[in-house]
Design a binder for this molecule. Sequence first.
Ligand SMILES: Cc1cc2nc3c(=O)[nH]c(=O)nc-3n(C[C@H](O)[C@H](O)[C@H](O)COP(=O)(O)OP(=O)(O)OC[C@H]3O[C@@H](n4cnc5c(N)ncnc54)[C@H](O)[C@@H]3O)c2cc1C
Ligand code: SF4
Length: 501
Amino acid sequence: MPESHYDVAIVGAGFSGPILAANIAEKGVHPSTGDQLKIALIEAGPYLKGTPRPGYGSATRRQRFSNLGGADPAFHWEDGSARLVGGSSLHWQASAFLPFPIDYIHWQKETGVDWTEENFREAVAETRREFSVHAYPEEVNTRGNRLFYAVAKQMGYEPYRQEGARRNCIYCGFCAGAQMCKYDSRSSTLVSYIPKAEKYGVDILANTLVERVLIASKGERGVATGLACSSEGSSYELTADHIILSCGTRKTALLLMRSGYGPADWRGNPIYVENPNIGKHIDGHPRGPGISALFDEPVGHGEVGAIRGYYMVHDERADGEGRLLFRADLGGNMYPQQAALNTFAPEFGREHKQFMQENGILKVGSLNPRLSKASGRWFLDPDGRQVYGGDHSLTIRRTKEALQIAHEVLVKMGARKITPIDIPVRVTSGTGGSHLVGSCRAGTDPKTSVVNPYFESHDVDNLFLCDGSVIPRVTTGNTGTPQAAVTVFAAARIVERHFTR
Ligand SMILES: Cc1cc2nc3c(=O)[nH]c(=O)nc-3n(C[C@H](O)[C@H](O)[C@H](O)COP(=O)(O)OP(=O)(O)OC[C@H]3O[C@@H](n4cnc5c(N)ncnc54)[C@H](O)[C@@H]3O)c2cc1C
Ligand code: SF4
């Protein structure tokens, strides 16, 4: 049974929540008494407990995670995002791109935060250590990825070996596309920060949905006093002196609006404390076309899995706007259904059988461009729907250029067939994106941001936010590990200002 009052209540036990809970519990104390803090970590989804043994897994988790796809409703919200203790850190692909130097500059330029590379040094080091971030070993490198490296180098690019976040991984390769790892090898908060949080006395309240943050008015401002929760059919309220939201970029913004804190035009329920930036300025990687190729010789080896080999960056401007990141995935493992329905698989019939029998799939690879500093932004409209708006000229032009660059590399690699690049690149208000950040961005000016650089709400006392929502601009690569670094940094700042005697 949960306590009725906590010093700190953290909502969301995905990537960020467990890091905050563990580090605040370990390093913070009650500022007036010096006592250990009473902390609750609240998660809407279930907690699949088990001894953390990366490389072995636990019996419960092995059973649940084997063959568990991305759409299992037991562990996912309607929008496909993860809903369980560990959150998306359980079904990410563990491609680890910590922030590039230009990403820190973009954060500072966007909203004035002092989130510099120097200030982040310790947080990045802890993230690397806790999530076991390291370059993929040479023995799982495919012929195709090596060929990509040689050609990219010849063309004057600087290709880098991809890093991943794994411990005792056998590189079977079967953890792409939101599949969980049955051996707990892929680094997640479930096997790192959750055990640490429990060690320092954090109460983990699983299967508990936070419906609203209770915000009392204090003149034009608000003060967060507690949470309205529902669990297994019953509703209750708990109070807390400090409330931290870590529900993910979209869900944190929506929870605030449902709690009466947001833009005045929100149509869901009355807004008592206004901040027009909630749900706006969302940055991310717009979904664009990929490019695949078929080679005469196998580019994969079919024994141990290849999990993305190299990546390279293409900039046209020194300030990094319009930056392109290309990820080479040449000869990686595929699930049988992906192999059978692959673009290069012949029509079903004798030739298709031959393609499958001869393992023709090992001759297939892809080079995936991603525009990481696009011109458009997403926002949540007054009904909470996600819309892509802004000037898309840069997005369209750079996406077309990306296809040409990828095509050139693949031709030089000797590809026999390449998927078309003369396809129309359309961007509409419904264009989706991945790695969305910034819906409650941090900044120095309350007129253009939601929290200050210390993760404290500009408008509501005792309320803190930390997850993808506070990151002012998307990073060059995937956001999981940058977000972990931001969270380690946030925990240190919150302890220093609120939980030190
Ligand atoms: C399929 C996929 C693959 C990815 N691959 C990579 C990758 O290879 N590398 C990389 O760096 N990044 C990757 N990412 C991105 C990365 O996983 C996310 O950036 C990160 O997990 C976001 O963390 P978060 O803490 O903001 O949200 P989450 O991890 O989603 O955590 C939010 C948690 O809050 C809970 N919650 C939400 N609302 C409530 C509520 N009202 N009450 C109680 N609980 C609530 C949710 O159930 C969830 O557990 C991937 C993402 C996906 C979806
Ligand atoms: S490749 Fe993926 S599924 Fe296989 S052991 Fe490693 S992390 Fe787990």
